[in-house]
Design a protein around this ligand. Structure first.
Ligand SMILES: [Zn+2]
Length: 376
């Protein structure tokens, strides 16, 4: 059987339209070179943090601009100018950015041996040295005349000010930590840097940005050999390429999520049923079975699953993933039931989504839903 030419053309056209539909929304990336102008950032023996940050930020941006035509790159600064901290986050929010990358260089007073790169996401600092990194980076607000009003009395040097990060819920934590891990992998494997890992701390610039966001500390300007490396074309080229590689990996995942039903918004989802009428199907023996759960919270804090704060949900569970605690509820073998419960949970935790597990391991949700539908 041959297909008439016009039908073939129509078919190709249809496929093209579908393919275009997968990446219909352009990705907006905001690159934030830390410090600038009269704020030098950390100062080394031969250079200033603001200049290293800008060089790496521009090199990273150039790689994205020349290789990813579907990505819009927005810079908080492209020259040596001062930009207030909240303005940086505002630029990202106004651009409706999908990802925010803030680029910095580390420093430890009185230390000339600290080495390596680290990537940070918003959260509660677990150690004093982690808190110190946030204190140093947040202290830039002191360059702003009206910082007391603008940052509601936040004192960057007072540990008490950081209590706000304990109560905060970051809905983008999972994505931010995921991207941060990708960057660290590249720093270690591509650039051969000492891997200082992914950490959380209370960075004001990340707190104010409403999207997945990370803060990179490229290396230590206070360590002579690192400062030298950070000021070479090789160093700038390699570090910016590492961040770019991680960005490509992150974007690939993002495209899959945005073209599939990972958020639980299944098109042919069954009609809503009154919650009271729903029988919660028993899970029984878990071995080899797909278990669906509603995931509603990710936090660096370990909460008791029997705690009062979760008492409105049933079968609350917790698992650890990449140093982050994730909280789930309503586990069941019945995807349709779990998806209905997700809508209930979303009234309280609006970004709740369905996850799937098999033999205690998290598995791809789209494959799991397919498997569930095929067996039904
Ligand atoms: Zn900095």
């Amino acid at each position: 059987m041959t297909i008439p030419v016009f039908k073939r053309i129509a078919l190709v056209f249809l496929l093209l339209v579908q393919a275009a539909g997968l990446c219909a929304k352009d990705f907006v990336l905001v690159i934030d070179a830390g410090h600038g102008g009269h704020d030098p950032g950390a100062v080394g023996a031969i250079s200033k943090e603001k200049d290293i940050n800008l060089r790496v930020a521009l090199a990273f941006g150039r790689l994205v601009e020349s290789n990813c035509k579907d990505v819009k790159v927005v810079y908080t600064r492209k020259t040596d100018v001062f930009v207030p901290l909240n303005r940086r986050a505002q630029i990202a929010n106004d651009a409706k950015a999908d990802l925010f990358v803030s680029i910095h260089t580390n420093s430890v007073a009185g230390n000339k041996t600290a080495k390596g790169a680290s990537t940070w996401t918003l959260g509660l600092a677990k150690t004093q040295s982690n808190l110190d990194v946030a204190k140093r980076e947040n202290s830039v607000i002191l360059y702003e005349d009206d910082y007391k009003q603008v940052y509601s009395g936040f004192n960057p040097y007072s540990s008490e000010s950081y209590i706000i990060f304990e109560l905060m819920q970051d809905q983008y934590m999972e994505q931010s930590v995921n991207f941060a891990s990708m960057i660290q992998q590249q720093f270690k494997n591509y650039s051969g840097r000492n891997d200082r890992g992914v950490h959380q701390a209370g960075f004001l610039v990340l707190k104010a940005s409403a999207m997945p966001s990370v803060l990179v500390e490229l290396g230590f300007i206070s360590t002579p050999s690192e400062e030298k490396y950070l000021n070479t074309d090789k160093g700038v080229g390699s570090l910016s390429r590492s961040i770019y590689n991680a960005f490509l990996n992150y974007k690939k995942e993002w495209e899959c999520k945005n073209s599939n039903a990972d958020t639980g918004k299944i098109e042919n989802a069954p009609a809503e049923q009154p919650v009271e009428a729903v029988q919660s199907p028993a899970v029984g023996s878990d071995e080899g079975r797909l278990i669906f759960k509603v995931q509603f919270l990710a936090s660096s804090k370990k909460f008791d699953v029997a705690s009062d704060r979760f008492k409105s949900f049933e079968r609350v569970g917790r698992y650890e993933d990449g140093g982050i605690y994730k909280y789930t509820c309503y586990d069941s073998v019945d995807y349709d039931y779990v998806n209905r419960m997700r809508r209930e949970v979303a009234k309280k935790y609006k970004d709740a989504f369905v996850v799937a597990f098999k033999d205690g391991k998290r598995v791809d949700i789209n494959k799991a839903i397919n498997e569930y539908r095929n067996k039904k």
